[in-house]
Design a protein around this ligand. Structure first.
Ligand SMILES: [Zn+2]
Length: 300
């Protein structure tokens, strides 16, 4: 059964005209339920994560400032969110969603979070709408619990997974792969284990060929026994931040490539949703919905 993490606390009221597309966290599960891709029993509702797993990945002084709502004004500005209790609770709940997904993925082959992919969170700072790094927290959990030996992070959000790269710089058991817009945020990139920076206006053909070749090589070379997939849809040609020219169909083929590689090789996979900033919400919701539709088609 496809298990999907979702909580009411994922959806927060933000100031009017805030740049962050918060309503997608409400509209996407509604759409998936409405069209019959999922039923209510597919959803599970994570509680906030226990502190020990936050501190396994994030530095204590940073977490304490975050938890006590005492980040400096410049730290707050870099996160892009107002610093409020509900914002922190949201992030801690999302992180637990990804962590709990690992157990469902070990049982069913795949599990997904309707949020997460907060890959701009470093050990000691947050930025770009990311406060805690859900994939890093869940990866460290798998290693500590000896549930995985070699993890592959496949980060296909248009923005580089800079926080994830920094967190695992010295950790050979987690291989970080980021394919992103070379000219996009963050301007100063971290070093992942494999970075592919794509030129502006990259189209479906070049994108999919580059992904296919590299992903298959990586699976052979890294021999992962667990995959985290950051499935941001800001690669779309309609995205206002993306700078790439990938169509909605191209984005769907991208998801199919990743999910089929995991399925064929019997490697459990957890998908975290990632970014998406198309001005028309239907573009965002449809592209994200495709990831969940494909999971049902390929795995169940
Ligand atoms: Zn992004």
């Amino acid at each position: 059964m496809l298990k999907i993490a979702w909580s009411e606390s994922y959806v927060l009221p933000l100031p009017p005209n805030h740049r962050f597309p918060m309503s997608k966290y409400e509209l996407l599960p509604q759409q998936l339920l409405h069209e019959g891709t999922i039923r209510p029993e597919n959803l599970f509702h994570p509680a906030p994560l226990e502190e020990q797993w936050i501190l396994r990945t994030h530095e204590e002084p940073y977490w304490k400032r975050l938890e006590s709502l005492t980040l400096s004004p410049s730290e707050v500005r870099k996160t892009g969110f107002p610093l409020k209790r509900e914002v922190v609770t949201r992030e801690v709940t999302i992180a637990n969603g990804t962590l709990l997904c690992t157990h469902h993925a070990l049982e069913f082959g795949i599990a997904m979070n309707i949020a997460g992919g907060t890959h701009h969170a470093f050990t000691n700072k947050g930025e770009g709408f990311c406060l805690l790094n859900d994939i890093a927290i869940a990866a460290n959990y798998l290693i500590d619990r000896k549930l995985a030996r070699q993890i592959l992070v496949v980060d296909l959000d248009v923005h580089q997974g800079n926080g994830t790269a920094q967190i695992f710089r010295q950790e050979p058991r987690v291989f970080t792969f980021s394919m992103h817009g070379a000219n996009n945020y963050p301007l100063i990139k971290e070093s992942s284990d494999l970075d592919i920076g794509l030129p502006d206006y990259t189209d479906d053909h070049f994108y999919l060929r580059t992904l296919d070749t590299n992903l298959k090589n990586l699976v052979d070379r890294v021999q992962p026994d667990f995959i985290f997939y950051q499935s941001g849809v800001d690669i779309l040609d309609t995205d206002k931040l993306g700078r790439l020219s990938v169509s909605r169909e191209g984005c769907r083929k991208r998801d199919r490539t990743v999910l089929e590689v995991a399925h064929k090789n019997k490697i459990p996979l957890v998908a975290s949703m990632g970014g998406g900033y198309s001005p028309d919400f239907r573009d965002i919701i449809e592209a994200h919905a495709n990831t969940y539709r494909l999971a049902q088609e390929i795995f169940f």
